[in-house]
Every structure is written in C-alpha cells, then in structure tokens.
Design a binder for this molecule. Structure first.
Ligand SMILES: [Fe+2]
Ligand SMILES: [Fe+2]
Length: 415
C-alpha cells in the first residue's frame, strides 16, 4: 500500500463513524472498575497526563482525542506538522506520544529515531499509529524503542487500554525515577554532612595534639592549607589536594607521646631531649596506621609514636596521614629522621609537608625563638633547596607565596 492509498483509508474514518455506544460502554466499564477498586489510584492519576498526538491528518487527531476525552483524559498537545513536533516536545515533554508513521516532510520513524537520541525525549513512551501491516516497518519501530502499535482506523477498544497501560507504566517509571533522585539527593546531603564532620574531627584531633605547645592550635591548620596550595601547584586533583590538606592536619599527632617537659622547654634541647622529640614522627605513624613488627622495628623516635596512634586503619585519609606523620621530617639529602630516606624515596606527601611545616615553624613564634621576618624565612628555605627540600616542591611553594601569606594572616596565632 502506497502513501496515498494509506491516507485515503485512514482519512475515511470520520468522527460520525465512531460507535458512540461502544465508547459509552468502555467509559462505564472504566467507571465500574474504579468503583470496585480494580484500578489503582495511579491509573486515575493518569487521566491528568499529557498525551501528544502527531498526525498530518487533522481528522485522525480529532478522532483519537475524542475517544480519549470520553474516557476522561484532559490534557493534549497535537500537531499536524511533524517537523514542529520535536520543538513542541522539548518545550513541554508530554507523558506519551501517539505517532503516525506515514507523514510527508518527516516520517514517524525519523521522528522516533531523533527522539531516542535526544536525552530529554528518549524516555517518553511512543505508540505507533499505522495502517500498514508491514512486518519490516514494525520491526524497525520496535528496534527504535516504540512501545506499542495501534492499527488505523483506530479502534477505541484497543486505543484506551493501550494508552492506559502505557501511561500507568510511565507513571510508575516517573515515581521510581523521582524516588531515585530523592534518594540521590539525600545521599549527597549525608555525604556532605559526613565529610564536614570528618574534616572537623580531623582538625580537632590535629589541634588537640598541638594544643600543649601552641595554645591556638593554628599551626596544623596553616600547614594543612599550605600543603593544599603546594599540591595544587604540583598538579594534584582538587580531591587529592583536599585529602592531603586533611591528612597534613595530623602530621604532628605523635606529639601526644612526647612529655611536656621536653615539648614546652623554652631553651635549646640537649641531645637526649632532641632524640625524644624526634620520636613524635614515629608515634604519629603508629597512631594512624598499623605498623607490622618489621616496620615498627625499623622505625624510631617521635615519628613512631604518631604512627602508632593512627594505627589499625584502611581509610585512605588515615593511611595518607600516617605516611605524612612518619616522613615529614625526612630530608631530600637523606639526613632527616626517622628513617633517613632520601630523594624520591620519601613519599611526595612527606616532602610537601616538610616544606609547609618548616616554613610555618620559621614564620611563627616558638618557645625557643621569635617569628622570623618573611625575607629571612624565604632565604633559609632557598638555602635548603635540594638539601632539606625537594627542589620541585619548594619551587611550587614559592610560586604560591602570595596565597601563603593570606593563609598566614587568616590563621594567625594572635587571632
Ligand atoms: Fe613534626
Ligand atoms: Fe609541625
């Protein structure tokens, strides 16, 4: 059957030919079903759905719409110009589409294909209206995701239950999708809350360790912020920078294991006392991460204590914090502690924190020294380039000195 023949056949159906009695029967049976509770509430809600009808013959639209209106549907968007259908749907997506196949300008198949490739329209169910019995055409439409077929001329006994089923399914899908969206929003909100409380807990823990020798506890916050800047400059991702910042808040956690007499001593430390304070790096590692017997034996001094405190974790944050606690006093030339690692065998997070930590110690007042002016701090850092510090890491820090000074002001020990 060619296009013209098809049109003649389908256009032959006029409203006056509609079996009004049949429609009334259908309507009554629907009502009866509703009264008996056979139709769930969601099906009655379907009557509010918007049904689009695309057909180049106005009479076909009129007939289908009339049948549907008599069954209680109220909202329609119709067009006899298929070339305008997509823009109409994009502006206000309908709940389902009754789509004619044989139309001039653009066929229903082409429209369907375009819709399935369009993210905003691909989920809308489509029922194909066709006078053609072509199996090939049906297969093509099904392959493109058509939901159902209706033969022309339209039979209300087929139209109404099919529309009802398609809309009921669409309603359930919408509800599921809304539920999934709500769930996703709740998860996002909870994750945000959890991240915030994690950040606050980590900051509190870091500040607690610092509290005895630095009443404001701002040292660990500044070091964490400097570490973030350096990591940014070295090309770490935003998430990695934030993780490094948080982990660096805990770099001196092992100080918990160092006695007040040594930690708060105003003057110079003797060799024994210095040896004791060095233990904080090892303590920090042990607190943050479980050390094997072999590893523990290879560690010594203050790094050991911090490490022990942070033990027993598989959390990426605490594992990173454990490595920072252990290695933030290692030096590029291998003369640092606790392990005397050198060059790139020192984890990058340790090399970064070393620069941040030393700068903060130089630029802050300590029991044994006053705060040094900026130029003196920078001169000392530069002298240690390639000796104490990884040259690349130091350069990254110096590149961001303006931001460093802002952080220094914001988190000043003087409030
Ligand atoms: Fe330290
Ligand atoms: Fe420190």
């Amino acid at each position: 059957m060619n296009y013209i023949d098809t049109k003649i056949k389908t256009s032959a159906l006029v409203l006056s030919e509609v079996d009004m009695e049949e429609i009334k029967q259908l309507k009554n049976s629907s009502k009866k079903d509703m009264q008996e509770g056979a139709l769930p509430d969601s099906l009655s809600l379907c009557k509010e759905c918007c049904i689009a009808i695309v057909d180049d013959e106005p009479i076909n639209i009129k007939v289908a719409q009339k049948y549907l209106e008599m069954d209680g549907y109220k909202n329609f968007v119709t067009t006899t110009e298929p070339q305008n259908a997509l823009s109409i749907f994009r502006k206000s997506p309908p709940d389902m589409i009754l789509l004619d196949i044989m139309m001039p300008e653009i066929s229903g198949i082409d429209l369907l294909r375009t819709m399935r490739d369009d993210e905003t329209l691909s989920h809308i169910p489509v029922v194909i209206l066709t006078a053609s019995g072509s199996a090939e055409l049906k297969k093509e439409a099904l392959d493109l995701g058509a939901n159902d077929f209706l033969a022309k001329p339209i039979d209300p006994n087929e139209l109404l239950p099919r529309v009802r089923n398609v809309l009921a399914l669409k309603k359930y899908q919408d509800q599921l999708s809304e539920y999934a969206n709500n769930l996703e929003n709740i998860v996002l909100q909870r994750t945000e809350d959890l991240n915030l409380s994690r950040l606050e807990l980590v900051q509190c823990l870091g500040r607690a360790a610092e509290f005895r020798d630095n009443e404001t506890g701002q040292h660990v916050i500044r070091v964490g912020r400097y570490v973030n800047l350096i990591a940014q400059e070295l090309g770490f991702s935003k998430a990695e920078c934030e993780l490094h910042e948080m982990a660096a808040y805990l770099h001196d956690l092992g100080k918990i294991g160092v006695s007040d007499a040594i930690l708060l001593k105003p003057g110079r430390l003797d060799d024994k006392e210095y040896e004791e304070i060095r233990r904080h790096a090892k303590f920090g590692k042990q607190i943050l991460e479980p050390a094997s017997k072999k590893e523990a034996d290879s560690l010594f001094s203050h790094s050991e204590i911090g490490s022990k405190i942070l033990g027993g974790t598989t959390s990426p944050l605490l594992l990173l914090a454990g490595r920072i606690a252990l290695t933030h006093h290692e030096k590029w030339d291998g003369t640092g502690y606790p392990m005397g690692l050198s060059g790139e065998s020192i984890p990058i997070e340790g090399r970064i924190t070393a620069v941040a930590d030393v700068y903060d110690a130089l630029s802050s007042k300590r029991p044994y020294k006053d705060a040094f002016p900026l130029e003196k701090c920078l001169a000392i850092l530069r002298e240690e380039r390639g000796i104490h510090f990884d040259p690349q890491v130091l350069d990254a820090f110096l590149n961001r000195i303006e931001d460093v000074l802002e952080i220094q002001m914001e988190y000043s020990d003087n409030g």
